[in-house]
Design a protein around this ligand. Structure first.
Ligand SMILES: [Zn+2]
Length: 300
């Protein structure tokens, strides 16, 4: 029996050590981002700051967190965290479980100060949570992270402010560039794959006429698919945008029924752990949109 207990404890120790990732220096503050887009924005704020260890709670290929279930390894990560950066606006549906388990964990809500769009999907809460796809919202998120970071780590406040200022200038330049590039297609209709693009559409002047709205083709109700097909026909077969994270099967069905062409937009919920990944992703999305309207003969 003693042997079994010893084996169990050894296994538990190994699981704990391997799940927790690299060891932290004792004097480092441990800041955890809930998922990929928040992590990429935060990476720029904490760049070169030795006092802070920044990590992403979920793997970079996790995608949106709408149905995410906390793993044992997440609980270990959070047990060691000084602060958790969340997207907010309902993206982290698991949050009550976290605050119940770790009532003293500081939660930094990155949706603060953002003009939130009501959700069209009851299952996804009161607001649409894909805030980061408007670059001005990304600027707001960077402000929120930097302000909280300066309080948590006052010794590094100067570097945090300089990092945030530099990144915000780059983001503002990106926003201007996107608004100029997309001005010729303002008011055009698009169909998207899940409810990820309302902030993008509001910022860059596009109209989402239908959302295929299912992450797996085999779960889409025939009536929902028929409604999308009707909306696409009514809008004159605008381009359909699938997402790299999900199967394009439902979009293929809509395309076959209507003749509308398929392209790809990336909600930037997965990708490389690179500081410039958000900027590069938004540039790719801008190009993809322009290309789609060119291909469908809608560019003036
Ligand atoms: Zn989503």
């Amino acid at each position: 029996m003693k042997k079994a207990i010893a084996l169990f404890l050894t296994l538990l120790y190994l699981i704990t050590v391997s799940a927790a990732g690299p060891a932290l220096a004792a004097d480092q503050l441990n800041i955890v981002a809930s998922f990929y887009p928040i992590y990429i924005l935060a990476m720029n704020v904490f760049d070169g700051i030795d006092e802070v260890s920044l990590s992403c709670m979920t793997a970079p290929d996790t995608g949106c967190l709408h149905d995410y279930q906390l793993l044992a390894s997440d609980m270990i990560t959070l047990s060691r965290a000084d602060a958790l950066l969340i997207c907010g606006a309902g993206m982290e549906a698991y949050l009550p479980g976290v605050t119940a388990q770790f009532p003293s964990l500081q939660i930094i809500d990155c949706s603060e100060g953002i003009d939130l769009i009501p959700s069209d999907d009851e299952d996804e809460g009161e607001f649409n949570a894909h805030t980061w796809l408007d670059v001005q919202n990304a600027v707001c998120i960077v402000h929120t992270i930097a302000e909280a970071a300066c309080k948590i780590c006052p010794d590094a406040a100067d570097t945090i402010c300089a990092n945030a200022d530099g990144y915000i200038s780059r983001l503002n330049a990106l926003d201007t560039e996107m608004k100029e590039s997309l001005a010729p297609v303002a008011g055009k209709s698009i169909v998207t794959f899940h409810e990820a693009f309302p902030y993008f559409a509001r910022a860059y002047g596009l109209e989402i006429v239908a959302v295929i709205n299912e992450e797996h083709e085999d779960t889409i109700a025939p009536s929902a698919l028929a409604a999308v097909i009707d909306a696409v026909r009514e809008a004159g077969n605008p381009p359909l945008f699938t997402e790299p994270q999900y199967s394009a099967q439902a979009a293929i069905t809509v395309s076959m029924e209507t003749g509308a062409k398929i392209f790809e937009l990336d909600p930037l919920v997965t990708g490389e752990m690179q500081k410039n990944a958000y900027e590069e992703g938004m540039r790719r999305n801008t190009k993809a949109l322009l290309h789609a309207f060119e291909e469908t003969g809608e560019t003036p």
